[in-house]
Structures are given as structure tokens and as C-alpha cells.
Design a protein around this ligand. Structure first.
Ligand code: AMP
Length: 113
């Protein structure tokens, strides 16, 4: 997988508004928020997208999924929120490092655009 801007955020080579970090994952505020609260949660290890994960990634992805509720709670998303991951060109993925968007503090629409 090629280097992305998220690798630079993980290494603190470019600034980000980090809201959570541990050994396996990092969460930071999206630079172009699509909702009043818009946080990205990423694994520190470079995985391109959900379509390239392998059984070796189970532990980190399970950990990431378990941590989303804590990150959302710390952002005070008490009334619900949306978790989205975009995959590839048709999915609207622009950064090729797996990330989950946490979007909240506004009413979400369905179907998504
Ligand atoms: P996606 O389009 O699903 O690949 O999402 C990529 C997200 O990364 C977009 O919502 C961008 O606004 C966000 N993004 C890109 N560069 C940065 C950055 N330096 N800091 C924070 N968020 C970023």
C-alpha cells in the first residue's frame, strides 16, 4: 500500500485534531466536516480499505469497532450518529488508508448521496 496523508498524521508529520489514540488506532477530526461532529477512526497499520482486509487484521478491526462507541460518547453523540466507510472510486474513497467516518449532531438522511 502506498503512503497516504494519514500515515503522516500517525507519525505527527502533519497536524491533526486528535481525539483518541492507543497502540492500534487513531481518531481525529475531519478537516472538511460533513456534520457538526465528524471524526475519522483509522488503524495505525496501513490497510487500504475494507476490501483488502485479511484474517490477520481481525484483532485491530475488532478493537477499532469496540472503541467507536467510546469515541462517540466522548464527542457527546448521545442522540445517535452514523458510521461510514467508503471503498474505492465508486464508493467515494479519496484516501487509500482504511477509515471510518463518525458523523453526528445533525439528522442523517437515507439513502446517502
Ligand atoms: P474518504 O473520502 O471516505 O476517503 O474520506 C477521506 C476524508 O479524509 C475526507 O472526509 C477528508 O476531508 C479527510 N481528510 C483529508 N485530509 C485530511 C487531513 N489532513 N486531516 C483530517 N482529515 C482529512
Amino acid at each position: 500500500m502506498s503512503e497516504t496523508i494519514f500515515s503522516k498524521i500517525i507519525r505527527r508529520e502533519i497536524p491533526a485534531d486528535i481525539v483518541y489514540e492507543d497502540d492500534l488506532i487513531l481518531a481525529f477530526r475531519d478537516i472538511q466536516p460533513q456534520a457538526p461532529i465528524h471524526i475519522l477512526v483509522i488503524p495505525k497499520q496501513p490497510i487500504e480499505s475494507i476490501s483488502t482486509v485479511t484474517p490477520a487484521d481481525q484483532a485491530v478491526l475488532g478493537h477499532l469497532m469496540v472503541k467507536i462507541q467510546q469515541i462517540a460518547a466522548e464527542a457527546e453523540l448521545v442522540n445517535g450518529y452514523r458510521v461510514v466507510t467508503n471503498i474505492g472510486a465508486d464508493g467515494g474513497q479519496t484516501v487509500s488508508h482504511l477509515h471510518f467516518h463518525i458523523l453526528g449532531q445533525r439528522q442523517m438522511a437515507w439513502p446517502p448521496g
